[in-house]
Design a protein around this ligand. Structure first.
Ligand SMILES: Nc1ncnc2c1ncn2[C@@H]1O[C@H](COP(=O)(O)OP(=O)(O)OP(=O)(O)O)[C@@H](O)[C@H]1O
Ligand SMILES: [Mg+2]
Length: 336
């Protein structure tokens, strides 16, 4: 067995859809879907991440596939601990005398009880010190926006389970608003559309693939189409149908408008000095759902503000959590 004095410190973005891990000195070492495959008693973890997600919709009653994080918060303390344990071992194989410090990204809208549950799960899994960071603040570090400066930035994080708008300055969240809906919700609307309008039952992975490959708010994409496999609800036989982006607009338009309303609400509560920073710099979008075709342009048009999206919006928060792990002094400055 491997013995060492100090375990490596690391950061985790515990998302509804993806879990990313940053290891001090090595950078991002894991990017896995937030899925666990369990035995029939829910006691043993059989698979995790990518290999577990591939089994979605294909399991039997002796194995269970679960997502331990729903809408950004822990649904099951023991499962989350198992998940954290898995990543602790991945980062630190062998035995260490001094356990690691861990930075964990959490949604700004999290309650004290939920934050405590995340902290407890990390302590149980073996960390010596846990630093919880607002996901939007971490993303602002990841996007290099200088969130520790006296300058307001509006960050809109559109993830798998949560959508959130936060105004950030001097390492703090000045005002924010979140809704418990994100990419998973759009996937479920796509599933409903196929069932109700086309009598076709489709799996969750298929719905996600439809969202990511054809769903669009751009007029020029309206004829974009995809062949979708599912089960015909009338004949019970496998069936393939072709669908266009245009026919699925009802799955995205109301959500896009809710996001715009959420941003307006946050701007209404923003102090004037910070409003002028936002007018000058525009909105920063992060989170995987930001990649949905035409969504950033739609938000920019409706808000009358410029919008910037990073190249890899799924990784902004973990990059920022890594910066905080490497420079804790920069992060604690101005914090209580
Ligand atoms: N090209 C794409 N188009 C549309 N959506 C996409 C695309 N790529 C990924 N997504 C969606 O982004 C979402 C995942 O984003 P992200 O990893 O930021 O979420 P998360 O951090 O795990 O969740 P949360 O922060 O809400 O807890 C999923 O719904 C996924 O389907
Ligand atoms: Mg996230």
């Amino acid at each position: 067995m491997n013995f060492r004095i100090l375990a490596s410190d690391f950061a985790i973005d515990l998302g509804t859809s993806n879990i990313l891990v940053y290891k001090k000195g090595d950078g991002i070492i894991a990017k896995e879907p937030s899925f666990l495959l369990l035995d029939e008693n829910n006691t043993k973890v059989l698979a995790i991440g990518d290999s577990a997600k591939q089994m979605l919709g294909k399991t039997h009653d002796k194995i269970h596939l679960v997502k331990p994080i729903e809408n950004g918060v822990i649904t099951d303390f023991n499962l989350t601990e198992a998940l954290l344990n898995y990543f602790f071992k991945k980062v630190n194989s062998g035995f260490s005398f001094l356990q690691p410090r861990v930075v964990i990204c959490v949604p700004s809208g999290i309650t004290d009880i939920q934050a405590r549950a995340v902290e407890d799960a990390a302590l149980h899994a073996g960390s010596r010190d846990v630093i919880l960071v607002d996901e939007s603040l971490a993303a602002a570090y990841g996007m290099d926006l200088g969130p520790d400066e006296p300058k307001g930035s509006l960050i809109v994080n559109l993830g798998g389970g949560v959508s959130e708008a936060s105004v950030i300055s001097l390492n703090g969240v000045i005002t924010n608003k979140s809704i418990n809906k994100g990419g998973d919700y759009i996937d479920s609307l796509i599933g409903d559309y196929f069932r109700d309008q086309l009598s076709l039952e489709i799996g969750e992975n298929t719905a996600e693939n439809v969202k990511n490959s054809v769903l669009s708010l751009r007029v020029k994409d309206k004829k974009l189409s995809i062949e979708v496999d599912g089960r015909d609800l009338e004949t019970a036989m496998p069936k393939t149908v072709s669908i266009t982006s245009e026919s699925l607009l009802s799955c995205i338009m109301p959500f896009a408008n809710t996001v715009v309303d959420m941003i307006y609400e946050v701007l209404e509560k923003t102090p004037p000095e910070i409003s002028s920073d936002i007018k000058k710099n525009g909105i920063y979008l992060t989170g995987g759902l930001t990649k949905l075709r035409g969504l950033s342009e739609y938000i920019s048009e409706r808000m009358g503000l410029s919008v910037s999206v990073s190249e890899d919006p799924i990784s902004d928060a973990i990059k920022g959590a890594g910066i905080i792990l490497d420079n804790p002094d920069r992060f604690v400055k101005y914090r209580k």
